[in-house]
Design a protein around this ligand. Structure first.
Ligand code: GZL
Ligand code: ZN
Length: 309
């Protein structure tokens, strides 16, 4: 074997690095930035070339990104889909080009699940259930009707649909629970503040006693609106949010938020592992879910020590 490797016939196989085209949906939150960083770092550590395009919340820009990856003949396409619907045609184009697709974070709602290899992302329904159970425990012996306000994420996105469904699976049917106000605020602080301000333009007896914000940024915006109305966030209005950014855990420790449901953005290592397995021709489970927790004031400071975002 030694002589053969010395001979002219033996050509060192060029270690062509795998190329992944990733359509990231935006830069709207600390969660999203941490998700992007995790994927970039994991690509570097794996020696995988990552081509990343930011769609700024536009599904059309995501389609354009996928088409550019097809033209570039990347090895694998990864997509964090801004909304669930409308993906069948573009995923058919990737399939016809023979390029495997991995869905990251949120899900796509397509007729044929063979259009993607796997989806790596949180169980958003479970996150909603955790938030609902926290409120249920917190309000166990509070008399009378409880009015709940809800700041929803991007309409039609998996986290917004499923966090709302999970939350209602715990609190929906109760007769003394009233979902007094519920509206989308796009997962941003600015919209969270605007929509919460609107929620508070009611007579005192119609004011919500609970706010479920589908992510930290909308909770931060709501806190500003609540304070501007002369109320105490975390006391006059019980607030639960989702994600678990460092800033949210600090706000939790300060008592302005009452519980934060963890949503893990660090999907990079799982994504790159899945890419290698796809390239190696192995079959993958259709769904991979990261482990997640819920934080309260007691656990905030401990969790702060090893928060990555
Ligand atoms: C959840 C992710 C959501 C975060 C928001 O996995 O899709 O989008 O909860 C982000 O912060 O905007
Ligand atoms: Zn932790």
């Amino acid at each position: 074997i030694e002589e053969w490797m010395q001979s002219a016939e033996y050509v060192t196989p060029l270690k062509k690095s795998i190329v992944v085209g990733f359509s990231q949906l935006g830069t709207e939150s600390a969660w999203r930035m941490a998700n992007t960083t995790s994927i970039q770092d994991a690509a570097k550590e794996s020696g995988i070339t990552l081509v990343i395009k930011n769609a700024e919340q536009s599904q059309t820009k995501q389609f354009e990104a996928v088409r550019s990856f097809i033209r570039q003949k990347v090895d694998v396409i990864a997509i964090a889909p801004v909304v669930e619907s409308g993906w069948d045609d573009i995923l058919q184009e990737a399939k016809r080009a023979g390029i495997p697709v991995i869905i990251v974070d949120r899900s796509v709602d397509v007729e044929d699940s063979a259009l993607f290899v796997t989806t790596i992302g949180s169980d958003f329904y479970e996150e909603g259930v955790k938030a609902g159970k926290y409120i249920q425990d917190r309000l166990r012996n509070v008399p009378g009707t409880i009015r709940i306000a809800e700041l929803q994420g991007t309409s039609g996105s998996t986290p917004s649909i499923q966090r709302g469904e999970g939350f209602r699976s715990i609190l929906g049917e109760k007769n003394h629970i009233l979902f007094s106000q519920s509206a989308p605020a796009d997962f941003t602080e600015h919209k969270g503040r605007q929509v919460m301000h609107g929620f508070l333009q009611v007579p005192e007896e119609e004011r919500p006693q609970v706010l479920f914000a589908h992510n930290d940024e909308m909770a931060f915006g709501a806190i500003q609106a609540i304070q501007r109305a002369g109320l105490k966030p975390g006391e006059d209005i019980i607030i639960v949010s989702v994600d678990g950014s460092r800033k949210a855990l600090q706000t939790l420790a300060d008592g302005q938020i009452n519980a934060v449901v963890e949503c893990n953005p660090l999907l990079g290592p799982q994504l790159m592992q899945a890419v290698k397995e796809v390239i190696a021709g192995r079959t993958l489970p259709k769904r991979m879910v990261p482990r997640e927790d819920i934080f309260t004031r007691e656990s905030a400071s401990r969790e702060m020590l090893h928060r990555r975002f």
